[in-house]
Design a protein around this ligand. Structure first.
Ligand code: HEM
Length: 511
């Protein structure tokens, strides 16, 4: 009897040991990656890698990358583990330039996984991989030429006029304190609506705007997005089993049908306009309906719709957050605000008081202020790439294997005192023509770089400058008792976003 009990115990213990060994192996077997190729790395812990505090919402990814960046100080690159997935962080500007620009053909993709069969709206420019990415980027780029931007000016101006009306209304009805991120989020929703989709959304004046509601829901930090990220870093297979979606289902449905209706309405009614919807219709004709192109190069209807969505998703939160941080810094730095206003007023007086596209182009100091805002608060805090083939780093022993995921830590580079002295200080002089000429390329990357650089960069700059000119010529912005100093960033957001909004006082300029 004793013999059978001990056999039973031995079997149980052996089974437990076996299960423990399998789990331990699963949680750690990727961790020898950097030792094998002699790359410095930060010591991981089973399953979580270096990502433990981020996984439990105790650390912002920005702080996480910053910590790794400094632990790898003195090295051109180094390894880290986001859960079980090994990433190569590149710190050296020359290698960064090789990856983004010079040797782009080795790194054409971001390597951000999405199962397109359940995430229809992710099947677009941002997530797409070569060769499809190249085809669609070529088809959509003509929508953002300087000629096209000039044509969009009047539409953006209409939105900024609405914005100003709303600020005045708010001013008279409520008080002089405004949460600027919400207000500017409504403005950027309207701008994208009219310029990209030809839709008058009126989010600025309509508190119940559905576009605004669903737009916000894409970026609101949620447990779903967090768990999605974590399961992906543990294993894409796990993500496929758990089927976490990239975006909430109701938002996906809403945007899919809204964009589908817009495109089909234009087609049915033969409406031809010189705007982004027209570019999408053209892309649909060339890449979906054209039977003469090879099957592999053909796109689906749903991919065209997803590319309408990406302009909305990538364009509204980034712009409104950047403008809000800009106003925040100007409120804290009165002398910089005065100088911006002086420049605007000087140019306005030479332009008969008229705000137009040409005037905006001439506002060089405002450009410097915006550039410094995007240095201090880059909405996208890191760039991602994946090697599509094995790559030997020139003049170095490192070989980057095919499929290796790469992180370029924008935020850490922007705060490295080697490249930006006193990085915590907001100083637009860093972007004077002389300082810009001295800057080491590959250290300032708010819009990314190379062929995959942000497609909406110039559109965003135009939109931001116009709203800032309108606001700063009519109001002085100041901090109030609700202004958070220093500002705290949300630990869960996928873009650099203030935790509690940005409250500022608006004082009417009377003269
Ligand atoms: C302040 C505003 C903005 C910032 C800071 C910003 C930043 C970025 C960054 C860092 C990337 C990744 C670039 C890379 O990987 O090298 C990106 C990509 C992208 N952005 Fe923006 N963006 C802004 C506004 C916009 C706007 C207004 C639009 C659309 C109208 C837009 C559309 C896109 C798209 C579609 C991509 C993917 C491009 C591709 O993969 O080919 N962005 N953006």
């Amino acid at each position: 009897m004793f013999a059978s009990i001990s056999i039973w115990w031995i079997s149980i213990i052996t089974l437990c040991l076996l299960i423990f060994t399998i789990i331990y192996y699963f949680c750690t077997y990727t961790f020898n990656k950097w030792d094998k190729i002699n790359v410095p790395y930060v010591q991981p812990i089973p399953l979580f890698g270096n990502f433990f505090y981020v996984a439990f919402g105790m650390q912002h990814p920005i702080d996480f990358y910053r910590k790794i960046y400094y632990e790898l100080a003195g090295h051109k690159y180094g390894g880290l583990f986001q859960m079980r997935t090994p990433y190569l962080m590149i710190r050296d500007p020359e290698i960064i330039n090789n990856v983004l620009i010079k040797d782009f053909s080795y790194f054409p993709n971001r390597g951000i996984y999405s199962d397109f069969s359940v995430n229809l709206l992710s099947n677009q420019l941002f997530f797409m991989e070569n060769p499809q990415w190249k085809l669609i980027r070529k088809a959509l780029s003509p929508a953002f030429t300087s000629g096209k931007l000039k044509l969009m000016y009047d539409q953006i101006k209409e939105c900024s006029d609405e914005l100003m009306k709303n600020i005045h209304k708010n001013f008279m009805k409520i008080d002089d304190k405004i949460e600027v991120r919400d207000m500017l989020g409504k403005y950027s929703t309207d701008v994208i609506g009219t310029c990209i989709f030809g839709l008058k959304l009126n989010a600025v004046s309509d508190d119940n705007s559905t576009f605004r509601k669903y737009g916000k829901s894409i970026f609101v930090p949620s447990l779903r997005t967090h768990l999605r990220e974590l399961s992906l870093m543990i294993s894409p297979t796990l993500l496929n089993i758990l089927k976490f979606r990239d975006f909430p289902a109701d938002a996906t449905e809403f945007f899919h049908s809204a964009f589908h209706e817009t495109i089909t309405y234009r087609e049915k009614n033969n409406i031809v306009r010189n705007d982004f919807v027209q570019t999408l219709i053209q892309a649909r004709n060339d890449l979906v309906l054209n039977k003469s192109i090879p099957q592999g190069e053909r796109f689906s209807e749903s991919q065209i719709i997803a590319n309408a969505f990406v302009m909305f998703a990538a364009g509204f939160e980034t712009v409104s957050t950047a403008m809000s941080f800009c106003l925040y810094e100007l409120a804290l730095k009165k002398h910089v605000q005065d100088r911006v206003r002086q420049e605007i007023n000087l140019k306005l007086s030479k332009n008969n008081g008229l705000i137009n596209n040409e005037l905006l182009i001439e506002l060089n100091y405002l450009d410097m202020v915006l550039a410094e805002t995007l240095r201090k608060y880059p909405p996208t805090f890191a760039l991602f790439r994946k090697a599509s083939q094995t790559y030997h780093v020139p003049n170095d022993s490192l070989t980057i294997e095919k499929d290796q995921k790469i992180i370029i830590p924008i935020y850490s580079l922007h705060y490295d005192p080697k490249y930006f002295t006193d990085p915590e200080v907001f100083d637009p002089e860093r972007f004077s023509p002389e300082e810009k000429a001295k800057r080491i390329s590959g250290t300032y990357l708010p819009f990314g770089d190379g062929p995959r650089i942000c497609i909406g960069k110039r559109f965003a700059e135009l939109e931001m400058k116009l709203a800032l000119v309108e606001i700063l010529t009519k109001f002085e912005v100041e901090p109030c008792e609700k202004t958070e100093i220093p500002i705290r960033l949300s630990k869960k957001a996928i873009v650099a976003m203030p935790e509690n909004g940005i409250w500022l006082t608006f004082k009417k300029i009377t003269c």
